[in-house]
Design a protein around this ligand. Sequence first.
Ligand SMILES: N[C@@H](CCC(=O)N[C@@H](CS)C(=O)NCC(=O)O)C(=O)O
Ligand SMILES: *[C@@H]1O[C@H](CO)[C@@H](O)[C@H](O)[C@H]1NC(C)=O
Length: 222
Amino acid sequence: MATAEKGVVLLDLWVSMFGQRCRIALAEKGVEYEFREENIPEHKSPLLLKMNPIHKKIPVLIHDGKPVCESLIIVQYIDEVWTNNPLLPSDPYERAEARFWADLVDKKIYDCGSRLWKLKGEAQQEAKKEMIEVLKLLEDELGDKKYFGGEIFGFVDVALVPFTAWFYSYETCANFSIEEECPKLVAWGKRCMERESVAKSLHDPHKVYEFVCFLKKKFGVE
Ligand SMILES: N[C@@H](CCC(=O)N[C@@H](CS)C(=O)NCC(=O)O)C(=O)O
Ligand SMILES: *[C@@H]1O[C@H](CO)[C@@H](O)[C@H](O)[C@H]1NC(C)=O
C-alpha cells in the first residue's frame, strides 16, 4: 500500500470535479494509487494542510512524498511521468490549444456552475446565459470530432468531462436543458462515459444533485 512517503497518494473528495480529473488521468495511465478521502471544508487532515499549505485544497497528488497541487498541473505531471497513453498532443501548437481550452473550462465552468445553484432570479439567469455561451464555444470547438483532440481521448476531455456529472444539477437548479442547447457536447459526455477511466471516476448525477441540495441548505439558499 502507498504511504505519503512512498508510491502515489491522492488526497481527494468523491464529488470533486478537480479530483476526478486526476483519477481519470491516473486510470488512463494504469497507475496504482491510494485514494484518501478528505473531510472538506471542516476537518482537513494535517497531511492536506502540510502538502498544500497555500491553497489548502484537494486534489493533491503525493508522489514519493512530494506534493503536486492544482488539478490541471497534476494531470500534466501525470502525463509527463507516465508517458504511456499520452493525454497532451506532441505538437507544441496543439499542446498550447489544448491548454487554452482546459484553461477556459477552469476560468468559466466551475464559477458559472456554482452561481447556477447558489443564486436566484436575475443573477441566476445571468449565470445561465454565460454558462450556455461557454458550453456553445466548447461545442463548436468539439465539432464533429470524437474527442476534443480528435480520435484520441486527451487533456481537454479530462479537464471537462467531470463537469458532465454536474449538468443535471445545473439544469435542475436553473430550469434549462443543456442537451437542447448543446446536443453534441452531451453526446460527447456519454461517449466519454463509455471509457472505464471516466465511468469509474464520476458519480451518478442524482447523487451529485443530493449533494448540491445539501450544499444549498448549508449556504441557506432557498
Ligand atoms: N483550482 C483548483 C481547485 C480545487 C478546489 O476548488 N478544491 C475544492 C474542492 S472541489 C476544495 O478543496 N475546497 C476546500 C476549501 O476551499 O477550503 C484545482 O484545479 O485543483
Ligand atoms: C422552466 O422552463 C420551462 C420551459 O422553458 C417553462 O415553461 C417553465 O415555466 C419554467 N419553470 C419555472 C419554475 O420557471
